[in-house]
Design a protein around this ligand. Structure first.
Ligand code: HEM
Length: 179
């Protein structure tokens, strides 16, 4: 890989879409990284907001629990899709350096799929259940409510899994095994 990068470093720029290091490539790279920050950053606050929701009741509790759901649906997931599209664009824009047949790209696809499935089948339903459950009962009742406990545990587990995938993806992108 080092020799490929050295060749690229000494090759004159071949235009906007001139492969690795071209302006087009760099713009996609910037979009990729910015979208990753927007996608994963907000997830770090959701557990804290859920905890605050459980300590409240009625409309107050609903608002606290609804924020992580809205942020995940409207910011994290759209940004994640942008990051993946930009990642695919980077493979294409790198010309012959990165290929879809390389192992690290296949592993990245698998982890992206895990994130999407965990989000859709675990995180989203758990957060919906939490929003509904915290609106009734007192904060003391919330502490022992089985529905709240199950939604909280599932949501926390799903967030943990997504974070593990994020760490795996970053390591994959940095080391690129199979390149
Ligand atoms: C299938 C989806 C993805 C593909 C095909 C992909 C592809 C790429 C490519 C081609 C690069 C440029 C590497 C370079 O120029 O050195 C890159 C960089 C990077 N990607 Fe992705 N990416 C994907 C998803 C993700 C996701 C979801 C994350 C975050 C969790 C991520 C994190 C990163 C990071 C941190 C870098 C910078 C690595 C470096 O500079 O060495 N990527 N990605």
């Amino acid at each position: 890989m080092i020799s490929v990068l050295a060749d690229i470093a000494t090759t004159p720029n071949q235009g906007f879409w001139g492969g690795y290091g071209s302006d087009g490539y760099r713009i996609l790279f910037a979009i990729h990284i910015l979208a990753i920050i927007a996608a994963f950053g907000p997830l770090f606050t959701s557990r804290m907001l859920n905890h605050q929701a459980i300590k409240r009741t009625g409309e107050d509790a609903r608002v606290f629990a609804a924020i992580p759901m809205a942020v995940t649906n409207r910011i994290s997931m759209p940004a994640f899709i942008v990051a993946v599209i930009a990642g695919l664009g980077l493979v294409g824009a790198s010309k012959d350096l990165y290929k879809f047949s390389q192992a690290w790209v296949s592993y990245a696809f698998s982890l992206v799929l895990v994130v999407a499935l965990v989000y859709y089948f675990l995180l989203r339903p758990a957060q919906k259940r939490l929003v509904a459950a915290v609106q009734t009962g007192t904060p003391e009742e919330h502490a022992t409510d089985a529905a709240i406990r199950s939604a909280k545990v599932t949501g926390a587990a799903a967030t943990g899994l997504i974070h593990l995938c994020m760490v795996g993806l970053v390591l994959l992108m940095v080391w690129k095994p199979g390149l």
